[in-house]
Design a protein around this ligand. Structure first.
Ligand SMILES: Cc1ncc(COP(=O)(O)O)c(C=O)c1O
Length: 435
């Protein structure tokens, strides 16, 4: 077996990493093993056993090497690993769709895809195709400042308009209508009313161009870990109904219990017309996402000029991925998350509370199994990562945020370790800034 140092050396010469310059050496660790919510890393000089605070970007909710998920993949690999989905079907896809629809009241059909970004592309196409049957089809979307929906072309167009992606592709992606970011989760009703006045004026002004509203319900993830008021989501549902727009809920990060409700939309008792899921769908084992539609949307699309949804990826409903999704959905349906997510929220909120008001810290936000410490200036990635790893925690800060969304099975000791790692990262970044 090759050593961590050998892997890192070869990687640095051959591979791209996300949002990383190939010639500037950001911290890089080789993963030697992963089990439960622990990773064994090698930095090229020594090993570190760390608690994973990231759940591999929100996906590994049941942890690594889960026996039920391992068995689902192995069993399906013993039958067949992939077949096309055009004209063929199989037990894992059917089981996955049945379980997903059981968990998503109001939804009636599932379009499986390969990743969250592709799910958003398909969601946008669904809205446009459902709209195509109208006398004067509308083609634009309303989305939120601070939103993030993926890195592909259409998904980028509904991401925050002043963020990096938009700045880079300014004038190239379709220009949509951006509503102000809604007020904080616990904001008073008057603040939500003021937001609704400004946002509502924009929706009204563009009512003849808008086909849908695209939103990460209740918690904006990669755009700033911002938890926002459920009343604002209810308001968006009302606008969608009033102007006959489709409401697209991007629950790729928030779905499957992450915010403390099965769906973040449940905080507002709102049902979307189109629902995108991904990340934790497979328990983080394989790449699969899905778009769910209501019967009304499915019928509108089927009655449109094309009559079919114009999308068909090679790996649609991949049997290995569908098998592990079905198994993960089975674990979610058992409901352990309903005990674990509030427990995680309680421990992280208590452990991080005293960072509030500390020099260099702008805010501390905890919702469900997510915790974010927002700094007053961008965190140095190397300094923050190395401080956390030295404290036995895997973190991946971005911008001004040092944040965690651990696997649901993290026990209280592991959660306290995660909080200590976050504090160490905050301290290291702050000390370096003063020095
Ligand atoms: C809310 C949301 N939508 C879409 C995506 C894109 O998913 P993927 O990275 O699987 O393409 C992400 C990924 O972080 C996300 O957080």
């Amino acid at each position: 077996m090759r050593t961590g140092a050998e892997l890192i050396h070869s990687d640095r010469e051959r591979l791209w990493h996300p949002y990383a310059n190939p010639y500037r050496h950001d911290p890089l660790y080789a993963v030697l093993a992963a089990e439960g919510c622990r990773l064994v890393l090698d930095d090229g000089r020594r090993r570190h056993e760390v608690v994973d605070a990231m759940a591999s970007w929100w996906s590994a909710i049941h942890g690594y090497r889960h026996p039920v998920l391992d068995a689902a993949v192995a069993e399906q690999a013993g039958r067949f690993s992939h077949v096309m989905f055009g004209g063929l079907t199989h037990a894992p896809a059917v089981r996955m769709a049945e379980r997903l629809l059981d968990l998503a009241p109001g939804m009636s059909r599932v379009f499986p895809v390969d990743s969250g970004s592709v799910a958003m592309e398909v969601a946008l196409k669904i809205v446009r195709q459902a709209e195509a049957g109208r006398p004067r089809p509308r083609t634009r979307f309303a989305a939120l400042h601070g939103g993030y929906h993926g890195d592909t072309w259409g998904a980028m167009s509904v991401c925050d308009p002043s963020g990096g992606m938009h700045a880079l592709y300014a004038g190239q992606v379709q220009h949509h209508v951006f509503l102000p970011r809604p007020p904080a989760f616990a904001a008073p009703a008057e603040e939500v009313d003021r937001w609704a006045e400004r946002a509502g004026a924009l929706v009204h002004a563009h009512r003849d161009e808008l086909a849908g509203i695209v939103v990460e319900p209740i918690l904006q993830g990669a755009g700033g870990m911002w938890a926002w008021a459920p009343a604002a989501l209810r308001q968006m549902r009302r606008w969608a109904d009033e102007y006959e727009l489709l409401l697209v809920a991007d629950e790729i990060a928030t779905g499957f219990g992450r915010t403390g409700r099965l769906w973040a939309c449940d905080w507002a008792d709102v049902r979307p017309d189109v629902l995108a899921v991904g990340k934790a769908l497979t328990g983080g084992y394989l790449t699969q996402a899905a778009v769910l539609t209501t019967e009304r949307v499915t019928r509108a699309l089927a009655a449109g000029p094309a009559g079919v949804l114009m999308h068909g990826p090679t790996f649609m409903a991949n049997p290995l991925a569908s098998a592990v999704s079905a198994a993960s959905l089975g674990l979610i349906a058992e409901g352990g998350w309903q005990r674990d997510v509030p427990r995680i929220e309680g421990v992280l909120a208590a452990e991080l509370a005293d960072l509030r008001g500390r020099p260099g810290v702008a805010d501390v936000r905890v919702l469900g199994a997510t915790a974010a410490v927002e700094l007053t200036a961008p965190a140095d990635l190397r300094v923050a990562t190395e401080a956390a790893v030295a404290h036995g925690v895997w973190l991946r800060p971005f911008g001004r945020l040092i944040y965690a969304m651990p696997p649901y099975l993290a026990d209280d000791d592991e959660l306290r370790t995660i909080a200590a790692g976050m504090r160490a990262a905050v301290d290291a970044v702050a000390v370096r800034r003063v020095a």
